[in-house]
Design a protein around this ligand. Structure first.
Ligand SMILES: Nc1ncnc2c1ncn2[C@@H]1O[C@H](COP(=O)(O)OP(=O)(O)OP(=O)(O)O)[C@@H](O)[C@H]1O
Length: 667
């Protein structure tokens, strides 16, 4: 697991108006690097398991990264938390924080260690567990281990040899045992807080150009807990878990931190540990066969936490300032790689209480022997067994010294040779130094030139990219034009084929046109002829028709005259008959009147004869009228027939005329 903690800009950085190049997105778990340089914006995003921005509380870091480990430690796991980052980015702040404890409790600014301590005690008390706890606090400085829990008083009593007697030994299981490290048994959180205050005060610090409070040492605070567990068979087992809280030294490189001469070794050693840590991480990430744990004490101590059975969390601390940019990016990269290391967490084997007691008894026995030896043998502080062992070691050392002295003689001789060489070299060196100076000037100039060139290079790169873009566009357009031209070429070929076909067609059509022209001319003259003939015919037929019409008119007129004459005669005859009739009727009436006067007897006969006479006259008149009507109807019928004939002949003439006109128009 890995987490990121970015501190806020310090007061000094704010006062100097230092640019901020890092921002954190806690929700998205992203660290975003954003910088404007030479009108170019560079942005890079790193994704982590958890990110804490400048406003994050100490409590949230603890709750997320460390809190789950407390439960694991009580279950018998070994867990390690280590803080990695540049000097002054907040490693100690994150791990220790405010180390003042009021009324047995920590403040809001307290770091991971005091919170873990309180949490562990609270958990043990909540479970009413039967436990024992011991802590160690060590510092690794110049590949030397210092016990931070040894009091000044105790340290004054110990001689130099004993002070240096803390050593690392292999435990035979791939781990390391620190011989001579003081383990303090603790019973309360307060006990630990006191030890912490004591240990922190002891941590060495030295000034550098970056941070006056900077620490160039690694510190490891370990809490080992034994918890009793009663099994179903009433056997008492002991679970043993350990929490290691590691505050690494600043990760910056030597030249930047301004460490010089006397500190060079110190920085070198510090870097040896960090460099080896880096190599171990690389080897684990790349699954190399060989992991160089043994190359530094730090990696020997943390071996189990790097790819081993421990549960591990790295808290990488960074600064948002542009001044720390280079180191921030290297920290980002370093921790990003470390993130992918896969441990295989495994709980420590539970041991029975009897086995543990046996171990403890043998330890007590060993210590008792030490005490007895110190009391009984005046001036000798170690047991006989260890004395003989030391004597044997001394003898071996004596032989070794003799051997070394012989070697030293040889080396001295060689050294004098080397001294001569050295003198010669010194002279050469002087020459070289002056040359170097010259070269330095040249290199300074070259650097400037390089910077300029880099600027130009960047510009050129940009232009190159632009040109590449334009060229790619041009190539695309060229391809499009080629495709278009090919298409046009094929279109042109088709068009020329169409043209030749069209020309042939036009030729054929001109030929047909001239033929048609001749035909049209011919047809025109023929048509003219026909039209004039037709005109003549029409005129002739019109004249004929007019003559016929005139004769028909005359005929009708004479017929009408004849008929009107006959009608007049008939009318005259009818009028005459009418006159006769009226005069006869009047005569009859007169005769009747006479006869009436003569005899009434003859009256009857006479009436009969008169009525007979009247019927005869009436019949005659009816017949005459019928005849007259018959004649009249005959006259009328012939008149109607004559009229129809006239109308028909007129229609015939009109139709003839219209046909001749239509044929003239068609032509
Ligand atoms: N998150 C934070 N909030 C407020 N102040 C912080 C934060 N982190 C660090 N600081 C402050 O920055 C300064 C440097 O922090 P600290 O000493 O913890 O850095 P460091 O990485 O441990 O340095 P060194 O490598 O020298 O041990 C301290 O004054 C600390 O109070």
């Amino acid at each position: 697991m890995s987490a990121w903690a970015c501190r806020p800009l310090s007061d000094e950085e704010r006062r100097l108006n230092v640019q901020k190049v890092i921002s954190c997105n806690e929700q998205k778990k992203e660290v975003i690097f954003l910088q404007n340089a030479a009108n170019k914006q560079v942005e890079k995003t790193f994704l982590f398991d958890k990110v804490f921005g400048p406003k994050a509380q100490q409590r949230s870091i603890y709750d997320y990264a460390i809190s789950p480990f407390v439960k694991d430690v009580l279950e018998g796991f070994n867990c390690t938390v280590f803080a990695y980052g540049q000097t002054g980015t907040g490693k100690t702040y994150t791990m220790e924080g405010e180390m003042k404890f009021k009324g047995g409790d920590y403040s809001g600014d307290a770091g991971v260690i005091p919170r873990a301590v309180r949490h562990i005690f609270d958990a043990l008390e909540a479970h009413k567990a039967d436990y024992s706890m011991k802590v160690t606090f060590l510092e690794l400085y110049n590949e030397e281990i210092t016990d931070l829990l040894v009091t000044e008083e105790h340290s004054r009593i110990l001689d130099d040899k004993q002070k240096r007697s803390i050593s690392l030994m292999e435990d035979g299981k791939g781990g390391a045992i620190i011989r001579g490290l003081h383990e303090e048994v603790v019973y309360s959180a307060n006990d630990i807080y006191n030890l912490l205050e004591r240990g922190s005060a002891k941590r060495r610090t030295a000034d550098t150009m970056l941070n006056k409070q900077s620490s160039r040492s690694h510190s490891i605070f370990s809490i080992t807990i034994h918890v009793k567990e009663v099994t179903l068979g009433n056997e008492e087992l002991i679970k043993c878990g350990r929490l290691n809280l590691v505050d690494l030294a600043g990760s910056e490189n030597i030249s930047k931190s301004g460490v010089r001469e006397a500190r060079a070794r110190e920085a070198g050693e510090m870097n040896k540990s960090l460099l080896t840590l880096g190599r171990v991480i690389t080897a684990l990430v790349e699954h190399s066969g060989h992991v160089p744990y043994r190359d530094s004490k730090l990696t020997r101590l943390l071996r189990d936490s790097l790819g081993g059975k421990s549960k591990t969390c790295i808290i990488a601390t960074i600064s948002p300032s542009v001044l720390c940019l280079e180191e921030t990016l290297s920290t980002l990269d370093y921790a990003y790689r470390a993130k992918s290391i896969k441990n295989k967490p495994e709980a420590n084997r539970k041991v029975s209480k009897s086995v543990l007691l046996k171990d403890l008894y043998s330890e007590i026995e060993r210590m008792k022997q030490d005490v007895r030896a110190a009391r009984e043998k005046n001036g000798v502080y170690i047991p006989h067994e260890r004395f003989t062992q030391d004597e044997a070691e001394k003898k071996a050392m004596g032989e070794k010294i003799e051997h070394m002295e012989f070697n030293i003689d040889l080396l001295r001789k060689e050294a004098s040779k080397f001294e001569e060489l050295y003198q010669a070299e010194q002279e050469r060196n002087l020459d070289l130094e002056s040359e170097i100076q010259k070269y330095e000037e040249i290199s300074e100039n070259s650097k400037k030139a390089l910077e300029n060139l880099q600027g130009i290079h960047n510009m050129t790169n940009l232009m190159l990219k632009e040109k590449e873009f334009i060229i790619s566009n041009l190539l695309q357009s060229e391809n499009a034009i080629l495709r278009r031209s090919k298409q046009m070429h094929s279109n042109l070929e088709n068009a020329s084929q169409d043209m030749s076909l069209l020309l042939a067609k036009i030729e054929r059509q001109t030929k047909i046109g001239t033929e048609n022209q001749g035909l049209v001319l011919n047809f025109g003259s023929q048509l003219d002829q026909s039209l004039s003939d037709l005109h003549k015919t029409v005129i002739g037929s019109v004249c004929q028709h007019q003559q016929a019409l005139r004769s028909i008119e005359e005929h009708v007129r004479s017929f009408l005259v004849a008929k009107s004459e006959a009608t007049r005669n008939l009318e005259l005859r009818i009028a005459k008959i009418k006159d006769v009739y009226t005069s006869g009727v009047q005569g009859m009436k007169k005769l009747a009147n006479v006869l009436e006067e003569k005899s009434s007897s003859d009256m009857e006969q006479m009436k009969l004869s008169i009525s007979a006479q009247m019927i005869a006259i009436e019949n005659f008149l009816v017949t005459a009228i019928a005849e007259a009507e018959h004649v009249l109807s005959d006259v009328q019928t012939s008149l109607v027939e004559q009229k129809e004939l006239l109308v028909f002949s007129a229609q015939q003439q009109e139709m003839g005329l219209q046909q001749s006109l239509v044929s003239t128009q068609v032509i």
